[in-house]
Design a protein around this ligand. Structure first.
Ligand code: GDP
Ligand code: IMO
Ligand code: MG
Length: 430
């Protein structure tokens, strides 16, 4: 029985990772975020309340679970404070949370630069969340970034801050943006250090001790594989790798520990932001799905683009991330449609292909090849076992399994924690 579970987004984000993580977190000793930052918006719902998390792991609602923000994340400490306050206001006060001393910090100028870089692109926006994620990762790789652990050493922090500001203020000035005063930033971050300092630790050590102690550990991905900086629809992607492959680096563990990957997929597809989306719908059905699934971004409130389930994408992401099971989400949203469609292949310049091309210029030319299946009318939100599902819904699940060669291990029939069907025996035992 595996004691580790990696939960990743397999489409363009917002697949329901928060719900799935919270569901399993009720039984996990530890939940670890390993990439991304507060560009994520993970929703969790139980006991009639809905919560939204940006950078805090979705295990935060279980007081017994240790939550870890790993070194692969970009952490905006101001935003962590806001999130904690929000949780506090909602009555969530009993939790365990640690932040990696090696996590890159998102500084105030990063969001300013995010907006400015987007504006410089003229009409060709990426449509980022403007949280400064790209600029923060860029500074990390340019080796001028600040890290959470720096906050614990005031003199060292001052030295690093001075160096970063020399470069950043020059850039901000060139772009006509306000610059930052060293003392103001320093004083504010020393205040932050007083509040968050006790939570900033060597989280790799913490996680490895838990691994050796046979603890149940869940790794919670953010974004989705098609937003991966390497394998996604570049350049319309985020600046990290949401894959299970980034867990070892982003959490500070050996890759040998990764053996159980749950690919979270909507029963259809959505995308927020720009970039090609082969199965996108522009008709009445898109409107129906968007309204029924409340498909509006949790971070930016933008309406999400909607399309049919894309088995080309699913096969690709399962190949890249070693997906063992699908968690098929928002299945209830498809109820009531006369017909449902699944994209099996693409047609590119007259040829049938079964994997996405590397450039968005080609991907934009891909025409989806669909199969059409019978829909189902019944409300499935109260169903709690696979056998009770309408026959047409079961046929849809089977078709996805057949086209992707990956079993569906979890079916979600509503946003609440209880609206979950666990099909896989292995996952029942996690
Ligand atoms: P994440 O970023 O992957 O965690 O996903 P989000 O939380 O951004 O978006 C998923 C949305 O779908 C949230 O509003 C969830 O509450 C909601 N949701 C999750 N699972 C289901 C489901 O099975 N049915 C319905 N109707 N909504 C769901
Ligand atoms: P969760 O974890 C959906 C998208 C943005 C934009 C692109 C780059 O909730 O699934 P960024 O701010 O990361 O530089 O934006 O990536 N994006 C997401 N879309 N869900 C997310 O997170 C996303 N995080 C980033 O809309 O297109
Ligand atoms: Mg989201």
């Amino acid at each position: 029985m595996s004691e580790r579970l990696v939960v990743i987004g397999s489409q363009w984000g917002d697949e329901g990772k928060g719900k799935v993580t919270d569901y399993f977190a009720c039984r996990a000793d530890m939940v670890v975020r390993y990439q991304g930052g507060n560009n994520a918006g993970h929703s969790v719902m139980f006991n009639g309340h809905k919560y939204s998390l940006q950078s805090i792991p979705s295990g935060i609602f279980n007081p017994a679970t240790v939550n870890v923000m790993g070194n692969g994340m970009v952490v905006n400490p101001e935003s962590v404070l806001v999130e904690l306050q929000k949780l506090h206001d909602q009555g969530i006060t009993d939790y365990q949370l640690y932040i990696s001393d090696r996590a890159a910090m998102v500084m105030p100028w990063h969001s300013a630069l995010d907006g400015a870089y987007e504006a410089l692109k003229g009409g060709k926006l990426i449509g980022t969340t403007k949280k400064g994620i790209g600029p923060a990762y860029s500074d990390k790789y340019s080796r001028i970034g600040l890290r959470m652990g720096d906050l614990l050493e005031p003199e060292y922090f001052a030295e690093r801050l001075q160096g970063a500001l020399e470069q950043k203020n020059m850039e901000l000035k060139m772009l006509g943006l306000p610059t930052y005063d060293f003392h103001e930033v320093y004083d504010r971050y020393m205040e932050i250090a007083k509040i968050l300092g006790p939570r900033i630790v060597d989280t790799s050590d913490l996680i490895n001790k838990a691994l050796r102690g046979d603890k149940k550990i869940l790794f919670e991905g953010a974004q989705g594989m098609m937003l991966c900086i390497d394998h996604g629809t570049y350049p319309f992607v985020t600046s990290s790798t949401p894959s299970s492959a980034s867990v070892p680096v982003g959490a500070g563990i050996s890759p040998k520990w990764i053996d159980n990957v749950l690919g979270v997929a909507k029963a259809y597809c959505t995308r927020v932001g720009e970039g090609p989306f082969p199965t996108e719908l522009h008709d009445e059905i898109a409107h129906e799905i968007r309204e029924r699934g409340h498909e509006y971004g949790t971070v930016t409130g933008r309406p999400r683009r909607v399309g049919w389930f894309d088995a080309v994408v699913a096969r690709y992401t399962s190949r890249l991330a070693g997906i063992d099971n699908w968690a098929l989400m928002l299945f209830d949203v498809l109820s009531g449609l006369d017909k449902v469609k699944i994209c099996t292949h693409y047609e590119l310049d007259g040829k049938i292909i079964d994997t996405p091309p590397s450039t968005i210029s080609k991907l934009a030319r891909c025409k989806p090849v669909f199969i059409e299946m019978e829909g189902w009318k019944d409300d499935i939100t109260g169903i709690r076992s696979y056998d009770e599902l309408p026959e047409a819904a079961k046929a849809y699940v089977k078709k996805i399994e057949e086209l992707t060669e990956v079993p569906v291990g979890v079916i979600s029939v509503g946003p609440d924690r209880t609206q979950t069907i666990i099909v896989s025996e292995k996952l029942k035992n996690f």
